[in-house]
Ligand binder design. Sequence first.
Ligand SMILES: Nc1ncnc2c1ncn2[C@@H]1O[C@H](COP(=O)(O)OP(=O)(O)OP(=O)(O)O)[C@@H](O)[C@H]1O
Ligand SMILES: [Mg+2]
Length: 345
Amino acid sequence: MPTSNPSGGRPSPAAISAVGLRKSYGDKTVLDGIDLSIPAGSVFALLGPNGAGKTTVVKILSTLIAADGGQVQVAGHDVAGSPDGVRAAIGVTGQFSAVDGLITGEENMLLMADLHHLSRREGRRVTAELLERFDLTEAAKKPAATYSGGMKRRLDIAMTLVGDPRIIFLDEPTTGLDPRSRHNMWQIVRELVSDGVTVFLTTQYLDEADELADRIAVLDGGRIAAEGSAEELKRLIPGGHVRLRFSDPSAYRGAALALGDIPFPHARPRPRGGAREEEALSLRIPSDGSQRELRSILDWLDAAGIEADEFTVHTPDLDDVFFALTGSDAPARSHQPDQSKESAR
Ligand SMILES: Nc1ncnc2c1ncn2[C@@H]1O[C@H](COP(=O)(O)OP(=O)(O)OP(=O)(O)O)[C@@H](O)[C@H]1O
Ligand SMILES: [Mg+2]
């Protein structure tokens, strides 16, 4: 990933760093000691289930709320000691739209320009440029309330960019967007990064993190359950499997019973996904997907008289990482994969 260095040759410190970040609401601990170090010019994705604390992290890093403990630096400024320094360097697109529906898209942009103390002339120039870049020129004079969800989201991000921030926070930037709008948004993020901007994003879409992020952290139970590149995270867990699907419930039950005795190393039906898998009449057999192992599995299924209606091979993806590291399937707080989750129910 190319990294421009706006400080002109001097090595720049991490754009964002946090040590021992803590936050509780009442007696509910949301963040229980989070460490982050995000290099300038990179994309960092924070994943985690609903309520994990992603928005809380974004709000603390962007000075909207205070942490209870820990040290946080953004753009070289301490968020507690120098919040104005942080604010001058960042842009934030919240999870929920900041667009004012009663005024036009253009007026929303000009308002942001005012907030950034741009001159009238400069404000108009930046507004026109960003509206054009986000394909909103045509809709510029219409009330934002008439915009589609995707247009509002684009306007949200355009507003974030008015002050030319070097670090931007995008809290679920593509939730609710259609596939084309999502890809457009990804393109915008890539362009920002190629200009040297640091992007901190949260997302529910694992393919988005896979596509965009240099580094990904999975937040769960108040801690970072794992952190690394998409490839590193996928290697953490043995998520590859073969999936058998049945249309006949009794064939499914017979196969589930027989699979309890499958003789291959680590090949046992996965315990997770239980009810849903059962409803779908499908079974997973963990597998590395190698030709040799697939042949053994097929031979064994033949010998056991199991005939599935569908047989698919699945290599590990970030969904597997997410399931393995978050929620009730998660191993005890550890960065190491827990091999025991491969064992039979
Ligand atoms: N102002 C608040 N007062 C009390 N509890 C709060 C407050 N803000 C957030 N919380 C709680 O903190 C936890 C984390 O919330 P947060 O919004 O950060 O989660 P999230 O990971 O962004 O979730 P989602 O994926 O649904 O957006 C939740 O349990 C939430 O109920
Ligand atoms: Mg959130």
